[in-house]
Design a binder for this molecule. Sequence first.
Ligand code: DGJ
Length: 726
Amino acid sequence: MIKTQNKIFYICGKNYTYAMYVNDMGFLQHAYYGKKINHNDLLLYINEVCKKLEPLKEDLNLDFSLDSMPSEFGCFFNHGDYHEPSVIIEQLDGATMCRYRYFSHEVKDEVIDIAELPHARGCGQTLSITLKDDFSDMEIVLNYTVFDDCDVIVRNAEIKNVGHTAIVIKKAFSFCLDLPKAEYKLLRLHGRWAGERIPEITPIGHAVTKLQSIRGQSSHQMNPFAAILKDDCGEDVGECYGAQLIYSGNFAITAEIDYNDRLRIQGGINECHFEWELDPQVNFVTPQVALCYSATGIGQLSREYADFIRGHIVNSQYVYKKRPIVVNNWEATYFDFDNERLFSIIDEAAKLGIDTFVLDDGWFGKRNSDATSLGDWFVNNEKLNGGLKALTDRCKNNGLNFGIWFEPEAISEYSDLYRVHPDWAIGKEGVEPARWRNQLVLDFTRKDVVDYIFNAVSKILKDNEISYVKWDFNRNISEFYSRRLTNQGGFAHRYILGVYYLAEKLTKEFPDVFFEGCAGGGGRFDTGMLYYFPQIWTSDNTDAIERMKIQWGTSMCYPLSSMSCHVSACPNHQTGRVTPIELRGTIASLGATGYELDLTKLSDLEKLSVKQQIANYKKIDELILKGDLFRLSDPFYGDFCEMIVSKDKRKAYFVYATRNERSKNVIRLKGLDASKLYTVNDNMTFSGHALMCVGLPLPVMDKNMCLSLTICEKISKSTDGARYEF
Ligand code: DGJ
């Protein structure tokens, strides 16, 4: 709900309030972000306290500085706001001075539709505040969209050139949040290939801390998410603020404690490699950020983000649709396959209850290694005798659906496409390009290139019975250069706009195809990509022990249903670790589950276990899609334990996996209804209160063992004669 009165702006969600006001000099100031507070109480407070802190006169020549006043946006290169700015706009003569003051505002009962960028959708209400520069023909519109069903505020900024001369935007952040003095820590999700989204918490010092990617994608190394933890905030207690950019390209989020011990957090497009020429009468729209507040710890922040992503980011057509249980041939065969080998996997998959076979890399051009053929999106008939039809028929005869892998943004130098269009690869003549994984990147800033790829991918999807696409991207960008652009500063942002354009076009053209995102594992696992693809391959590391950590970290701000999680072979291909198939299956059940191994090589006992896993998954998949996640024991410090509880608190799924020689034997559950009676795995009955206060007694378990339990409300026969069952 949004209320405005005397230029005081009051935004109120389920459990939070956000407030700002225009001061006597016309500057938009931040007033409050925190626990929900009554409108009148806040009005009184702002009038009594905030407004009195300022010089009362309108005389801007007074010796006063905006440095000590909490701003809504860092856009005062005049009057001394010496924090990092949110925007830098350069006039024709090089001048960057600016002083943006309130001009107007409006409230609309809808979200903002940004055509070229992923954005929050569904029902929402938006407040737009326009600021005008005193010195130039520039305006900045700050947008705030709020929702009834989650504690998230979506913000972004629109930079408008309303004048008659072109200007250059050198920095364009999406949001800025000034918070009062407190002890603040910063939670970020850092990582690497095969080890993505590892949570790290550090105090924020008196300097600018910058989380960023300059790799052309959101990256394995740093996720475009940060949480500010206040004072003693932990998993279930204390206040925290999240900032999650709905963006998949070069980003930055900075946190800065100033000389007054106050915090400014802000973020958006990374200014490195960025410079945007803005013609007269044209706007530049920054990516959105999803801000989230929780008064009850990081766990609640995660649940709010999960609700937001499911309710307002992922396409509603897929979000609650049961996910295909796939077998993917990558770790089973890598590039070394032919029809017969794939047929045997398909046949076995059908026997085990798997519903989709996904053909990974290696089916096109002359691709028998990673050195060739990217861009040649036509089937390798020498390798696949009978083409894709032979495979789709085999699937169909077995009652399976068929999925296929593409890497639309990449091009190999050894490819027909490169021979004809060498200039379609990004880079500059005379400068040796980096050839990570032996490949180059297509110039997605060019519409003709993207349209060509659209047609090539579409042809495969149209000519064959395909229900699933895995869209991969296996390298970072190192040459931010297009042969076609006159201003290379626009390259990085235009590149990701090209990716979004293709993703939008393909998903619209093929609404019945289910898309999974991927970037060398989880190198582009972000809310921007989730707008187009409901799930993303979480990591190339499929080792169950490493996956506990990766999935735990990913769950900080993404729903379980967005994580694609597969059971792979043993010893694990990435770590060499040996783990029981039960453990691998259980950890993979905490997401969109699937298999990534040669099913024909499993023993009879293992096959039995896979069948059981699939049958069990079908009982809990609703919870994975819609439930609330509660993290119980952190795998970075000991055993792993999580549970998912249905919104009505009648069902739950509990997973415990040991990292230690012997596990502790009682664990307190979370998220249940204290007043309800629950049966655990159909054979024990406890009250919700006891399970949450005393805890669930566990059997003694050895290292790498796991326990998965279903918890279900017990309804006595006398009430309605029925039991609630999985
Ligand atoms: C990286 C992906 O993460 C893998 O799952 C696989 O698809 C390979 N690329 C194929 O090249």
